[in-house]
Each structure stands twice: as structure tokens, then as C-alpha cells.
Design a protein around this ligand. Structure first.
Ligand SMILES: [Zn+2]
Ligand SMILES: [Zn+2]
Length: 308
């Protein structure tokens, strides 16, 4: 008879991060009873229109732990059932404002069911069942929140895009030298990209509005300061900053970060990261606070994103 604990190589005891994706569709309404309809409308725009609207949410649960003797951190079937029991079966096809008492706005402690407040409360529901590392909740493919169990601290990311041309070359170098450094990107008449930009803001979730910053103000800033001025331009010629700064993906990401840092502070958030995807093959990421280097958590979430 063969022993189960034979010399079969495996990673028992070694730590690993695993992820599980779950989806649910829910509706919500941003309407604070202590405010007039006009004030609600001014603060929350069309999100305050009764009886509400819905989203197809996507939740990514990242968990961490040592591998067991069967080569798993956890039995995935247990993970799936915990997420279904504690989260998706309670939220799917429901009105979020009424699904969980945390969103009961008739009580002073009730909070609007924003993406960032929802992901925080999902963490509270799951933390005693699963070894959570981080949660990401997509409200749609262009808006998501990340939460790592740190009280009211959360991250909100907005994705947008613009199309622009550029040429990579330094004016002080001869063309031959530029071609040696920048290759085809140095060709004299330039070329273009459809750029995707992710703006990640860090902040504390407001206990009543559920927001880390005013989302419509954030969208306006990104549109007014980045998308409108950059879209359909030749960056080297149309954007003064790039007249003497080579518009590499890295430099564009840095410039976007510099343009947004102060205005985002003014609306109560803190710019955490700018990611510029230049093509399917290359991207640049800039972290506003140099001490906040890319962590394992971010790395694993980026991996998940690539696989989506
Ligand atoms: Zn909504
Ligand atoms: Zn290029």
C-alpha cells in the first residue's frame, strides 16, 4: 500500500495568494433624507433620481495563506460558498439601500451604498470566514474600489482614455542618435496611440456619504485637465510641457500626476497612482508618494487585471 505522505514534491507550508471572482447585480439610490431634493441632486447628480439605478458588480477576493498537504491555500469550493452565503446571495438582484442595515439611511449611522463603502462592508462580512488580503469591487469596467481592511481607508480608481500622437526624440541629439535610443519611435513624423489612463485616489470613506471624494468633481477634473487638452493632439507640438520633454509613457504619466495632485487634494482626496497604458504591451505607473512603492498586494491585483 502506498503512503499518502510519500515523497511527492509540493509546496506544503509555503505561502501563496489566491483570488476568486464573484458577480452580482444590484440597484442603489443616493438620496440623503436630511437634504432637499435640490441638494441631493447637486451632490449626487443623476444617482439621486428615484427609484434608483443598477450595476453589474464584479468582486475580486484576494486571500493569502500557506499551502496545505494537497497543494491548496483553501478549498475553492469553501471559498465560493462563503462568498455566496455572506455576500452575493444577499445582494444579487436586490436594492442595496435595503439589503443591509449599514445602508439604512433613516438611521444616523446609515451610509450611502457607494462602491467604496460597499467593498468595506463586504470585507466586514467576509473577514471571519476567509483569510482576506485585499478586495476589489468593480461598479463597472471604468470605476472600481480597493480595500485592504484598514478602517475607513480605501482606494477609488477611474479609468478613462484619450488618443494622441507623439515622437520620441531629444532635440539636442542628431536623428541617427535618436533612432539608436528610441528606435522606430524616433521617426520624424510621429505615430499615435489610444492611451488608457487609470487615476487612483486614496482617502477615508465618509461615514454618511460613503465617498472618499466627490466623484463627479473628480471626473470633471480628469476631463478638464487631462482628456480635453490631450485628446486628438500631437503631444510634442500641442502640449507646451512636451516641447522640451520627451513624451514617453513614463513622462506622460508623471505629467498627469503633477497636473492632478493639487486639484485632487482640493476636493478632499489624495492622488495615489497614475497608470498609463500606451499599448497592450507597455504601461507606466507613477506613485505620487515615493514611499508608497508597489506592494505585493498591488502586484497581485495588477496580475488579476491582466487576466480579465
Ligand atoms: Zn450607481
Ligand atoms: Zn509611441
Amino acid at each position: 500500500m502506498q503512503e499518502i505522505t510519500s515523497h511527492f514534491p509540493h509546496g506544503e507550508g509555503r505561502r501563496c495568494v489566491i483570488t476568486r471572482r464573484a458577480c452580482f447585480s444590484s440597484s442603489h439610490l443616493y438620496l440623503l433624507p436630511e437634504l432637499s431634493q435640490d441638494d441631493n441632486s447637486a451632490l449626487f447628480g443623476p444617482c439621486s433620481l428615484s427609484p434608483g439605478h443598477g450595476h453589474n458588480y464584479e468582486l475580486i477576493v484576494a486571500m493569502e495563506g500557506p499551502l496545505n498537504e494537497f497543494g491548496m491555500v483553501l478549498n475553492l469550493s469553501d471559498v465560493k460558498h462563503a462568498i455566496k452565503k455572506e455576500v452575493t446571495s444577499q445582494l444579487d438582484f436586490r436594492f442595496l439601500n435595503e439589503a443591509w442595515p449599514e445602508f439604512d439611511l433613516s438611521k444616523p449611522e446609515g451610509c450611502l451604498p457607494t462602491t467604496e463603502s460597499l467593498v468595506r462592508i463586504i470585507w466586514e462580512r467576509l473577514k471571519s470566514h476567509l483569510p482576506l488580503l485585499s478586495l476589489r469591487l468593480y461598479e463597472n469596467p471604468k470605476l472600481w474600489a480597493d480595500y485592504q481592511g484598514n478602517a475607513m481607508d480605501a482606494y477609488l480608481t477611474v479609468q478613462t482614455h484619450f488618443s494622441a500622437a507623439h515622437r520620441l526624440a531629444r532635440e539636442d541629439l542628431p536623428q541617427k542618435e535618436n533612432e539608436k535610443i528610441f528606435g522606430k519611435c524616433a521617426r520624424p513624423n510621429g505615430h499615435g496611440h489610444n492611451y488608457f489612463v487609470e487615476i487612483t485616489v486614496k482617502g477615508k470613506i465618509h461615514p454618511r456619504t460613503g465617498m472618499i471624494c466627490d466623484l463627479s468633481a473628480l471626473n470633471s477634473l480628469i476631463n478638464d485637465l487631462i482628456v480635453e487638452p490631450f485628446d486628438h493632439t500631437f503631444l510634442n507640438k500641442d502640449i507646451p510641457y512636451f516641447s522640451d520633454c520627451v513624451p514617453t509613457a513614463e513622462n506622460i504619466a508623471l505629467h498627469i500626476s503633477d497636473k492632478l495632485t493639487k486639484p485632487i487634494s482640493a476636493i478632499g482626496g489624495s492622488l495615489y497612482k497614475v497608470k498609463l497604458q500606451e499599448s497592450p504591451n507597455n504601461a507606466a505607473e507613477v506613485y505620487t508618494n515615493a514611499s508608497e512603492s508597489k506592494t505585493d498586494i498591488q502586484e497581485s491585483i495588477n496580475e488579476i487585471n491582466l487576466l480579465r
